[in-house]
Design a protein around this ligand. Structure first.
Ligand SMILES: *Cc1c(COP(=O)(O)O)cnc(C)c1O
Length: 466
């Protein structure tokens, strides 16, 4: 027997009230936030889909473990619990704790990178790229061509292009390659999964050329779900076995525990090679903390150890991936242009298609983000020309390649009725979408302007782009 209803495999023990706001209140709050939801107070948001990072609800087991946290400076019991859990999962001998993912990236890519070095990935996450470039190296993204088509259904759109990988290694010389980094799932590419076959091919190429192969494993459990259900050879493996097998193809990993470790902060580096680990440990001690806590409290390490096991629970992963897909599929049925197939942690809406009358310089993505807040108190994030747009010498906007809005889903936080509510809000947005006006920027900064930009809605009919 199989039921259609998506069943949350948990019951709620502790609740956090959501303040239900009226449309009038939301207009006021959004004006105060200069039409940039990053500037909203979270207590004025009803459904917060800004990010899935660090926003998980922890389990009673995690909270229970936190009470037992050992806060000793060196050699804490909580550290040994976290270390052995990570060793068991990844097979890597050397584990270094960090306060979040990017702290691990900074350490690892400072050691491996520098001027003249090349890093190659399916897609570098923005902090990954920033850390590589900050250390003076170059980051190259080579997703498979299938990834570029937003409505083409391909099971592993997160894959790296192995043909190009081989060419790039030969072109630059294996000695100049800092590492090949496989991001699972591919966050910047829409949370799309990477197949085990692809990881095995990368392993073969890296071994042949003696190039370091790393896994950016933030969402390795969600990726394992897709492998089990889309890659025939792995259907009889458990999710944890699949993740373990993937780690064992590589030489090391960086993980932001704020995603699939189901905690609010934390991360780690895990490595096979002792010499590399020693170099990283030196940097860790200088900036993060001693190598048995690395910026984390003992209680955080307890929560990570438990979370890394819970995330592979089949009922949890089923609910997680099905609930995300449910949102994407129902939006699609309502005529909302979504990226297909739906990835693991978020649904991406193509705002350029939703508002064909709003040109990129009037920010269709930001328009949708504001509509979501005004109509439903939902907070999402624009990934388009507000985030990635640049100006040419004449001050004219060079738009981003796509105008997307990301609805990221926090883990274990919202119920199915919250998801139904989001779908209903979109139905309202669809009704007057042809009358919806774009925005203009009033104030912005040179870097990462989307975090702080101030905007204003356009009153007149928007001028059509030529
Ligand atoms: C979140 C994330 C990071 C960075 O981790 P933080 O904990 O936010 O510092 C790196 N890579 C990927 C793929 C991520 O999703």
């Amino acid at each position: 027997m199989s039921f259609k209803t998506i069943f949350e495999p948990f019951r709620i023990k502790m609740v956090e009230p959501i303040a239900v706001t009226t449309p009038e209140e939301r207009i006021h709050f959004l004006k105060q936030a200069h039409f940039n939801p990053f500037l909203l107070h979270s207590e004025h948001v009803m459904i917060d889909m800004l990010t899935d990072s660090g926003t998980s609800a922890m389990s009673a087991q995690q909270w229970g473990a936190m009470i037992t946290g050992d806060e000793s400076y060196a050699g804490a019991r909580s550290w040994h619990k976290m270390e052995s859990e990570i060793r068991d999962l990844t097979g890597f001998e050397y584990v270094l704790p960090t306060h979040q993912g990017r702290a691990g990236e900074r350490i690892l890519y400072q050691v491996l990178g520098g001027p003249g070095k090349i890093f190659i990935s399916n897609t570098h996450f923005d902090t990954t790229r920033a850390n590589i470039e900050y250390a003076g190296a170059t980051a190259i993204d080579i997703p498979v061509p299938e990834a570029a088509n937003t409505c083409f259904e391909y099971p592993f759109k997160g894959n790296i292009d192995t043909l190009k990988l081989e060419q790039l290694i030969e072109k630059h010389g294996p000695e100049n390659i800092g590492a090949v980094i496989l991001t699972v799932t591919n966050n910047s590419g829409g949370g799309q999964p990477v197949s085990m076959k692809n990881a095995m091919d990368v392993k073969a190429i890296c071994s042949k050329h003696s190039v370091l192969f790393l896994l950016d494993s933030c969402r390795v459990a969600e990726n394992a779900y897709f492998i089990k259900h889309r890659e025939q050879e792995f259907k009889d493996f458990t999710y944890r076995e699949i993740a373990s097998a993937m780690f064992r193809l590589t030489d090391g990993t960086v993980m932001s525990a704020k995603k699939d470790a189901l905690v609010n902060t934390g991360g780690f580096i895990a490595l096979k090679d002792e010499n590399l680990a020693i170099k990283c440990r030196d940097l860790l001690i200088i900036t993060e903390g001693f190598s048995t806590y690395g910026g984390l409290a003992g209680r955080d390490m307890e929560a990570i150890a438990v979370g890394l096991r819970e995330v592979f629970d089949p009922s949890y992963l089923h609910y997680r991936i099905k609930s995300t897909a449910y949102l994407g599929d129902h939006l699609n049925q309502a005529g909302v242009p979504v990226m297909l197939p739906v990835g693991g942690h978020a649904v991406y809406v193509d705002a350029k298609k939703l508002y064909p009358h709003i040109p990129p310089h009037e920010y269709p993505g930001q328009t949708l983000v504001c509509e979501l807040y005004l109509k439903g108190g939902i907070r999402a994030v624009e990934i388009g020309s507000l985030m990635f747009g640049k100006y040419d010498e004449q001050g004219k906007l060079i738009p981003a390649a796509m105008e997307l809005v990301r609805l990221a889903i926090p883990r274990r936080v919202y119920t199915q009725s919250h998801i139904e509510y989001v779908i209903e809000v979109f139905q309202e947005i669809m009704k007057d979408r042809h009358q919806t006006k774009g925005f203009k920027i009033l104030k912005e900064t040179k870097f990462l302007r989307h975090f702080t930009a101030r905007l204003e809605p356009l009153k007149q009919e928007p001028v059509l782009a030529v």
